[in-house]
Design a protein around this ligand. Structure first.
Ligand code: PMP
Length: 408
């Protein structure tokens, strides 16, 4: 397929025209949050200017318009990830909340001593800390599949750890630190062989490649709108309908009920059973617009663009003899590269890069135990999206060369 028309895409993102002291912004922090195209901003403005209203409970015209748009946004998300229907699509505020929802609604009720949750050493804190806490409260045990020296999951270890005691396998699809693309379909097979559920953390994969829940056979999938051209405040939990159906609610209150008496309450149908109170209506509608935007480009082409930039960045960064790049080779990773220059703290690196208007992230990227294992308290991370160019990667490399001189 044809490469992305990056110049046309950039025209939809006025923020990319910003300059700092005359130096144009190079935005390489997309794994944290992507930028928002005019089409999505316009959808937000249109919502507040023309049909802002609460959903579900109104009979008046505005409420009907908002309700239809909000409900259809669930359909749009369902279609995007190959879910069967809107019943399988719960809107949350982000990936973190999606994980906590399952941890609370399923984990706290279903897990007990002797049960095991299998994660990997490269999980984001959103999953690692959440399951750690559920385990503490239920007496269940958390186990971690090893990451090997190249940054791949040790699948032999996974086969060892996933047993009939396993109730949940939760794995990050693309590591936000290593860039590793994990074999989630194989892991789902393993989980299902032992009657365990498979939870896929799609925070980095859903924005950057076609992800079909049927193909990977995930029981749950979580992702965030703000990493895929949508606004903050909207995330998604996909769950297979029979599983969601059997789960207890997570939050109680308005909208999630069917019938309430002083003694007893019953629950609304899916997905509303899990969307208590006034939801992020506008953000949900805007997420559907973001999906339209990405699908107009084509997720296959988004993926190809990501992978090409990651490989190019990996190769260019490898030119430095005093750099450590974490994770798999350049031609086998998602669209991000985390690294450290010898003897320079990642925070100093990113501070210098900021002087060149190059925005990267420095820190542990919410994977502290993985960083401990890598022997680095922090790393600098460049992450790419649809509007980034090879020229911007060159600017990163030039700025890094200068940073290195400064610290020499
Ligand atoms: N998982 C992964 C792999 C991530 O990269 C992130 C975002 N850094 C999250 C989970 C959490 O996403 P959010 O902050 O939107 O909840």
């Amino acid at each position: 397929s044809a490469p992305l028309a990056v110049e046309d895409i950039r025209a939809d993102f006025p923020i990319l025209e910003r300059e700092f002291d005359g130096t144009p912004l190079v935005y390489l922090d997309n794994a944290a949050t992507s930028q928002t195209p005019d089409q999505v901003v316009d959808a937000i403005v249109e919502y507040y200017r023309t049909y802002n209203s609460n959903v579900h409970r109104g009979i008046h015209q505005l409420s009907q318009e908002a309700s239809i748009a909000y409900e259809e946004a669930h359909d749009r998300v369902a279609e995007f990830i190959g879910a069967e229907s809107r019943e399988e699509i719960v809107f949350t505020k982000n990936t973190t909340e999606s994980m906590n929802l399952v941890a609370y609604a399923w984990g706290l009720n279903e897990l007990g001593p002797g049960d095991e949750v299998v994660l990997t050493e490269m999980e984001h804190h959103a999953s690692l800390v959440t399951w750690q806490q559920v385990a503490k409260r239920t007496g269940a045990t958390v186990k971690f599949v090893r990451v090997d020296d190249e940054g791949y999951l040790d699948m032999d270890h996974a086969r060892e750890l996933i047993t009939d005691d396993t109730e949940m396998v939760s794995v990050v699809h693309i590591s936000n630190t290593l860039g590793t693309i994990n074999p989630v379909a194989d892991l789902a097979d393993l989980a299902h062989d032992h009657d365990a559920y498979m939870f896929v953390d799609g925070a980095q994969s859903v924005p950057t490649r076609p992800v079909d829940v049927g193909e990977i056979d995930a029981d749950f999938l979580a992702f965030s709108g703000h990493k895929m051209c949508g606004p903050t405040g909207i995330g998604v939990l996909y769950g297979k309908e029979p599983i969601l159906d059997a789960m207890q609610p997570y939050l109680y209150g308005g909208d999630m009920i069917r019938k309430v008496t002083f003694e007893e309450s019953t629950w609304n149908e899916l997905p509303w059973k899990f969307e208590a109170g006034t939801p992020n209506i506008c953000q949900g509608i805007a997420l559907a617009e973001a999906i339209d935007y990405l699908e107009d480009i084509g997720m296959d082409r988004v993926q190809a663009h990501e992978e090409q930039l990651a490989e190019y960045a990996y190769d260019r960064l490898s030119e430095f003899e005093d750099i450590e790049i974490y994770g798999p080779p350049g031609d086998d990773r998602g669209g991000l590269v985390a690294f450290n220059l010898d003897a320079v703290h990642a925070h100093d690196t990113s501070e210098i890069l900021n002087e060149f208007a190059v925005a990267v992230r420095a820190g542990d990227h919410c994977t502290q135990p993985l960083h401990d294992k890598l022997g680095a308290p922090a790393s600098a991370r460049a992450s790419f999206y649809i509007y980034n160019t090879r020229e911007e990667v060159d600017k990163l490399v030039e700025a890094l060369a200068d940073a290195r001189e400064l610290f020499a």
